[in-house]
Write a protein that binds this ligand. Structure first.
Ligand code: DP6
Length: 379
């Protein structure tokens, strides 16, 4: 029998470390985005989800982040609190440009994770990041961006403490990423990740994402996700604000229950390969997420007319051809079109002939289920 070790918050505090072991260097991670099948919408402090969620890790949509680090001259512990050396010191470049406006989010992230990685103030950092997808595409980059940074920080921890296992490394990277952005904790490994305590998912946790612990049916091998970019503008409502609107939401309790029930159902489906049930759960989840937005106070609609046109076309095509195509949405107008590898030719033709016309400037991204983040060599 395998022993289950349950990790708690205190297990993620790095205690014995000697920063003199590391002076300077740089590390690069390539980290994918993910698309939730059962959605996370609603949380408690500190970034604890109200319900469990599950996502496909993607492949083509990723963030590439290099973290350069150099030791400060004096250890922060020896300095008075007002000194420059006693602050987080970092610069951030996005796609080659220095970005002052990205700093508050990173500052907040560092503040949240410092107790777990207490070496942060011992270094000066330069963060250099870029996305494989256009910044203005409406694809959230917080999941891939925050997990990439968390993984870079974990690579420094590994230099300070080489005894940590790969399993601990990944769990703590996911744990730290969660404190930057909830969905980011699902962007460390592949192919299917569950985040949030759930009785049906062994070793699941509110603190970090875990790999779906059962054998995934062949029907989902190489599953495709073509992202139709309906609206490439800035999001009207940030996820952070959206989550807050679940606090006094009249349907909150029922929604959290529905999502947890859907985790049980989809867990069976992922094992038994029932594509029709998969479609029913995934589309209902997407529409339930948007229904929460439409019924919150204040209320809002993130779907655009072309989002609905695409959804109706997908339904028509499915009725006509018995295809196993389906859609999902995140907190925006773009549509993720999901389909099995076995149908890639017919569905690709359908997308090109009938759906692309609804995308902004015909823009779309062909993606598929992926294996998770990779460390790249810096040479
Ligand atoms: C609709 O992870 O972006 O994409 O934790 O506040 O950073 P924060 O929110 P975020 O929320 C993602 C919401 C979602 C659904 C999902 O990915 O599960």
């Amino acid at each position: 029998m395998t022993k289950i070790i349950v990790l708690i918050e205190s297990d993620f505090i790095l205690n014995d470390f000697e920063t003199s072991k590391v002076s300077n260097g740089s590390v690069t991670w390539k980290t994918p985005s993910n698309i939730a099948l059962v959605k996370y919408w609603g949380k408690q402090d500190p970034q604890i989800p109200e319900n469990a969620s599950i996502s496909f890790t993607l492949d083509a949509c990723f963030t590439l982040t290099t973290l350069e680090y150099s030791k400060k001259k004096t250890r922060h512990a020896e300095l008075d609190s007002a000194s420059h050396e006693n602050n987080f010191n970092f610069d951030i470049y996005f796609e080659g440009e220095k970005k002052e406006d990205f700093k508050p989010k990173i500052q907040q992230f560092f503040e949240r994770i410092e107790q777990y990685v207490p070496f942060l103030k011992d270094f000066d950092f330069v963060i250099k990041s870029r996305n494989s997808f256009p910044h203005s595409s409406g694809i959230a980059s917080s999941a891939s961006g925050m997990s990439a940074l968390a993984l870079c920080i974990m690579s420094i921890e590994k230099e300070l403490n080489s005894t940590i296992t790969e399993e601990y490394f990944n769990k703590k990277a996911s744990f730290l990423a969660r404190l930057g952005s909830g969905s980011a904790c699902r962007s460390v490994e592949g192919e299917l990740i569950v985040w949030g305590n759930h009785a049906d998912i062994k070793e699941s946790s509110n603190l970090f994402g875990v790999k779906f612990p059962y054998k995934i049916h062949e029907n989902f091998k190489n599953h495709h996700d073509t992202i139709l970019l309906v609206d490439e503008g800035e999001k009207q409502v940030s996820s952070t604000v959206g989550h807050q609107l679940m606090y006094n939401h009249p349907f909150a309790k029922q929604r959290f229950q529905q999502a947890n029930d859907n985790i049980s159902k989809i867990s069976e489906v992922l094992k038994n390969g029932d594509l029709k049930q998969f479609i029913a759960i995934v589309e209902s989840e997407a529409l339930s997420l948007h229904a929460m937005m439409m019924t919150s106070n204040p209320y809002f609609i993130l779907m655009k007319p072309n989002t609905l046109k695409i959804i109706n076309k997908v339904w028509e095509f499915r009725a006509k051809t018995n295809s196993n195509i389906c859609f999902t949405l995140d907190a925006g107008a773009n549509v993720h079109v999901l389909f099995p590898e076995a149908e890639k030719e017919s569905v690709n033709n359908f997308i090109i002939n009938e759906l692309i016309q609804y995308c902004q400037e015909n823009h779309y991204i062909c993606d598929r289920i992926g294996n998770g983040a990779k460390r790249l060599s810096n040479n």
